[in-house]
Design a protein around this ligand. Structure first.
Ligand code: ADP
Ligand code: MG
Length: 488
């Protein structure tokens, strides 16, 4: 039997507001436990929540970024349950009338193919606190700093058909929220986590299979791994004549497996009802239009433009637009050197290679975009050859260029890397090499004419060495061939 995987994601994005969604307490990461939860976050009597306008604006910006409908009215509901890290006894969320209606996200697959994933809706809610199970022998510690942190939960339709598609979707969401600046997207700190719903069905069957929901997966890689394990588990179960039960599972990265946590609860278990402490949110058209006017160019539009206007390949355009920092760096290099293809090659090649080797993010690159652009200018105008350019790059990387805009020029000057294109000078070097290599010249002369092309490499190497890498390689090749053939 051929099986098809069906995946829907619920992504929780922590919004980058400075204070909480219903109180003035700070949302800064890493504070001492329980120093950033105020009376509102703790659910003490005599206090009322006040909605953070910034959180509303960010949610709407996201909605506009995925071409979603923005309903005029949205409503906060209470989701009631008991847990030690939820002091109020309910989570304020949006169950029935979310702030963002249906929209869509374009994802880019590895083969360059594109696919649209529909978003069912996105809603605002508050985060809970954190239970700390280590360090408290036989007890659980509770840190309520995170309680009340604004979250945007983005719920997809079950449109994804593989682990790779799910990871690509999560990457697309990550890139949209970081372009918009509405989240820092830091997955290690929990700023983005997702619940992964997975089911399988016989290929060709229309009805979906029963799904399992894997809670709180917090990296792109874990999303893929968790899905791969879960698909395998469900298929095995079904092929052995069993049935999949709808349940909540947990992914354990150490064991690389998912385990059952609890059977699935229903919406009515939570006794949802509209929060009497908060008014419905009413957004007028002018407010939404104002936010629309402030949207930056988003990754999909950038990718299109890099491909269409700048003539980059689909792959290059995808890589260079994936993160805002990368796109901004590339665009600056392009602005300085004026050649998109060269800018793309250098950013993805020499620069990315060096950044990866040292585990640096592009914002921490020791070589600025202006410096790299300046270097490319000197390759384009033939001041230096490709080999020297790599030397200049290394020097810039190690801070030898200073901060000046023309720092590549300073290095070229100081190291004497200017390309030699003077025919007379190159000919003199060639004559010297030929005079010093009688044995190789004899071999060349005795070789079959069609073997000589290969043998010329030795001489090119010697001449380049004599010029300390600065001779123009094309000229060296052409002149050498002439001179050697004249000897035959
Ligand atoms: P619930 O209210 O129980 O959370 P929803 O209908 O809101 O369920 O769906 C939650 C998520 O599960 C959505 O992202 C949706 O796309 C996904 N989903 C629903 N049914 C399936 C299925 N059969 N297989 C995979 N994903 C599914
Ligand atoms: Mg759900």
């Amino acid at each position: 039997m051929q099986w098809e995987t069906v995946i829907g994601l619920e992504v929780h994005v922590q919004l980058a507001t400075r204070s909480k969604i219903f109180s003035g307490a700070s949302t800064a990461f890493g504070a001492e436990p329980n120093t950033q939860a105020c009376a509102v976050d703790l659910g003490l009597p005599g206090v009322l929540p006040v909605l953070n306008e910034q959180a509303v604006a960010m949610a709407v910006q996201f909605g506009l970024g995925i071409h979603a409908e923005i309903p005029e009215v949205s409503v906060f509901d209470r989701k009631n349950y008991f847990y030690p890290d939820l002091p109020k006894g309910y989570q304020t969320s949006q169950m029935y009338e979310p702030i963002v209606g249906p929209g869509e996200v374009e994802i880019l697959l590895e083969d360059g193919e594109r696919k649209t994933v529909r978003v069912h809706h996105a809603h605002l809610e508050e985060d809970a606190g954190k239970s700390l199970h280590e360090d408290f022998h036989g007890m659980t510690g509770i840190d309520l700093n995170r309680a009340g942190t604004p979250l945007l939960e983005i719920v997809s339709e079950p449109d994804m058909r593989s682990a790779k598609e799910a990871a690509a979707y999560l990457k697309a969401i990550h890139s949209i929220v970081t372009y918009l600046g509405i989240s820092d997207g830091n997955m290690a700190e929990g700023s983005m986590r997702c619940d992964v719903n997975v089911s399988v069905r016989p290929r060709g069957q229309e009805a979906f299979g029963t799904r399992a929901e894997i809670k709180n997966v917090n990296s792109f890689r874990f999303v893929e791994r968790a899905i791969e394990f879960e698909v395998e588990r469900q298929i095995e179960l079904l092929e052995d004549g069993g049935t999949v039960v709808q349940e909540t599972r947990l992914y354990d990265p150490e064991a690389d497996e998912t385990r059952s946590m609890r059977t699935k609860e229903e919406a009515n278990d939570y006794r949802y009802f509209p929060c009497p402490d908060l008014l419905p949110v009413v957004l007028d058209q002018a407010y939404v239009d104002h936010l629309r006017g402030q949207l930056p160019e988003l990754p999909a539009a950038k990718r299109e433009r890099f491909q269409g206007e700048l003539g980059l390949s689909a792959y290059d355009a995808g890589v260079l637009s994936a993160s805002r920092a990368m796109a901004e760096y590339f665009e600056r290099v392009h602005a300085v050197c004026g050649d998109a293809k060269q800018a793309a090659n250098w950013v993805q090649g020499e620069l990315s290679g060096a950044l990866n080797r040292e585990g640096l993010a592009i914002v921490d690159s020791p070589v600025s975009a202006d410096q790299l652009g300046g270097l490319i200018v000197r390759v384009l105008d033939d001041t230096i050859n490709g080999k020297a350019a790599k030397q200049v790059f290394q020097a810039l990387w190690h801070g030898e260029g200073g901060d000046e805009h023309n720092s590549a020029d300073a290095i070229i000057e100081a190291k004497g890397l200017k390309q030699v294109t003077d025919t007379g000078a190159i000919e003199a070097m060639i004559d010297q090499v030929i005079a010093d290599s009688p044995a190789q010249v004899a071999q060349y002369r005795d070789a079959e004419p069609d073997k000589r092309g290969k043998m010329i490499g030795y001489f090119v190497g010697q001449v380049m060495k004599a010029s300390r890498g600065t001779a123009n390689p094309q000229q060296v090749n052409a002149l050498l061939k002439e001179k050697l053939d004249a000897l035959c």
